[in-house]
Design a binder for this molecule. Structure first.
Ligand SMILES: NC(=O)c1ccc[n+]([C@@H]2O[C@H](COP(=O)([O-])OP(=O)(O)OC[C@H]3O[C@@H](n4cnc5c(N)ncnc54)[C@H](O)[C@@H]3O)[C@@H](O)[C@H]2O)c1
Ligand SMILES: O=P(O)(O)OC[C@@H](O)[C@@H](O)[C@H](O)[C@H](O)CO
Length: 477
């Protein structure tokens, strides 16, 4: 028996939804696992805290009909398990698929907020304007396509895969319809792991707007920055079986996550919004110190784990004391010194808490999921802090090691999921120096500066040589 409104009575009362909304005030682009375990949960809690039931979510599937096919028969209900706590979430009210009239939803006066989790590559210029960026950017390279076991991701290839490109283009089409309908102000919140995600999205939108529309957008739409944090691995079949046992009904859209969740939002809304602050979100003037800390320490460490640990799961990687020691040095020596604006914040405690979160044995977070799309992740996670260290005359040795690990990955992986895959792959016989020279020349990843920096080039070449020679264990100490 499937989870639905009709079968909710079979679910334990403590696990039933906190709120069942009346209207859909939020449209979300990219209704993957993360949105279901993060913004949708905050939104439901905000409604429960205030009794304001206008904030149901219209989720939009970007790449296939899979998530919609799972959620629609369940009246869009699904459960989130965080540790041992299970709760059915009621904030999603409908799911649109490619071909449905998204513009009409964005033009509806009741819509006040658009949120997005469209992955890093959704913000690439070619993607934004609606062109596929490379042959590898379609069905085969979505984040969960590396997670063949993920049964509830809509990034896997499906009937509408290939129609993926252009989330930002579709957003702009919706803004055009909203301007024509004079439907009022709108807040657009990027919830992807990007630096300055709000401003980045605003720039991409502006590039696609004709002058009158741009004038309307500047007047009526804001793009606040956000920092989002909750580790949400792709759901596996085993997770779904476990959830069925816990719930008493089958849920094909369930998500498993950690108890921790954080959402920091720049307080710059164009109009009305759910009371996310009542649900624990932090509304601040400047998100950047939090965002930088999280992208560098958490996501930077994640990428280092993905390319250097050799483990299958994050928890296994940090369970190895030598590897945990390496992560501490990466964070302490190369990443923390690049952070500022955190006066009074317990950075040492934050780093220890990250290691504890990574070690959570209940989260089967596959390193292969993190390794996907590295070309879109390295710049903000590892290369920007490397630049900061180099500018101060320091040698970012541990970052260089992680970058060398990524180079080894892209030149040796049997299956490479990355929008730049065709330019990254090597023939496996090139010398470390030649590989470093070739890859550092890709300006979309490394800019024009890093290949000119002899210290950085030397550190990465040395690390890649040693990784190739001895697997690099000695390098970790
Ligand atoms: N999973 C996490 O732990 C986590 C934590 C913080 C932030 N995030 C952010 O959320 C994003 C999605 O993570 P997820 O776990 O939900 O992944 P997911 O695979 O479950 O869902 C990804 C969503 O993005 C859409 N998408 C993929 N490629 C796209 C493209 N090129 N253009 C437009 N849309 C595209 C997919 O259709 C899908 O709806 C991440 O890339 C990251 O930026 C994730
Ligand atoms: O989701 P991605 O692909 O941007 O990155 C993979 C992980 O580093 C990421 O999902 C973290 O788990 C998350 O950012 C924690 O909040």
């Amino acid at each position: 028996m499937r989870l639905s409104r009709a079968t909710l009575s079979r679910v334990a009362p403590a696990a039933r939804p906190l709120a069942l909304p009346r209207l859909t005030g939020v449209v979300h682009l990219g209704i993957g696992a993360f949105h279901r375990a993060h913004q949708a949960v905050y939104t439901e809690r905000a409604m429960a805290a205030t009794g304001d039931d206008r904030w149901g979510i219209c989720g939009v599937s970007q790449r296939s009909t899979d998530v919609a096919e799972r959620l629609r028969p369940q009246d869009c209900l699904y459960a989130v398990r965080a540790g041992d706590e299970v709760r059915v979430v009621g904030s999603v009210r409908e799911v649109l698929v490619p071909g449905d009239d998204l513009a009409a939803r964005l033009a509806a006066p009741q819509t006040a907020v658009v949120t997005l989790t469209i992955t890093e590559q959704g913000y690439r210029r070619g993607q934004a304007s609606g062109q596929a960026s490379s042959p590898a950017s379609g069905a085969a390279s979505g984040p969960a396509s590396g997670a063949a076991s993920d049964p509830a991701s809509d990034a896997a290839s499906g009937p509408a895969a290939g129609a993926a490109a252009g989330a930002v283009g579709r957003l702009v089409a919706g803004l055009r319809a909203r301007a024509a309908a004079d439907a009022g102000p709108l807040t657009v919140l990027s919830c992807d792991n990007l630096p300055d995600n709000g401003a980045t999205l605003a720039r991409l939108v502006a590039e696609l707007c004709e002058p009158p529309l741009l004038a309307w957008v500047e007047e009526n739409v804001t793009f606040p920055a956000t920092m989002v944090d909750r580790i949400v691995p792709a759901t596996t079949r085993a997770d779904l079986d476990d959830m069925a046992a816990r719930l008493g009904v089958r849920d094909l859209a369930a998500v498993v996550t950690e108890p921790f969740a954080q959402w920091v939002i720049e307080d710059r809304f164009a109009g009305d919004r759910p009371a996310w602050d009542e649900a624990g979100a932090l509304l601040v003037e400047d998100v950047r110190p939090y965002e930088r800390m999280k992208l560098r320490l958490l996501n930077g460490s994640h990428s280092a784990i993905a390319y250097l640990s050799g483990a299958a799961l994050v928890s296994e990687a940090v369970g190895d004391p030598a590897f945990a020691g390496f992560l501490r040095r990466l964070m302490d020596d190369d990443l923390s010194p690049t952070l500022d604006g955190l006066d009074g914040f317990d950075l040492a405690g934050y780093k220890e808490s990250l290691l504890a979160r990574f070690a959570n044995p209940g989260l089967r977070h596959r390193v292969a999921q993190i390794a996907v799309d590295g070309s879109q992740k390295l710049p903000q996670r590892l290369l920007d802090p490397a630049r900061d260290r180099l500018a101060g005359g320091h040698e970012p040795r541990w970052i260089a090691l992680a970058v060398a690990g990524w180079m080894r990955h892209v030149t040796t992986a049997r299956e490479l999921h990355d929008p730049l895959a065709d330019r990254l792959r090597g023939d496996g016989t090139a010398s470390a120096a030649a590989t470093v020279h070739r890859l550092l020349a890709i300006e979309e990843i490394f800019g024009a500066d890093l290949r000119e920096n002899e210290v950085f080039t030397g550190l990465v070449t040395d690390a890649l040589e040693r990784l190739t020679a001895d697997g690099g264990r000695a390098l970790l100490s």
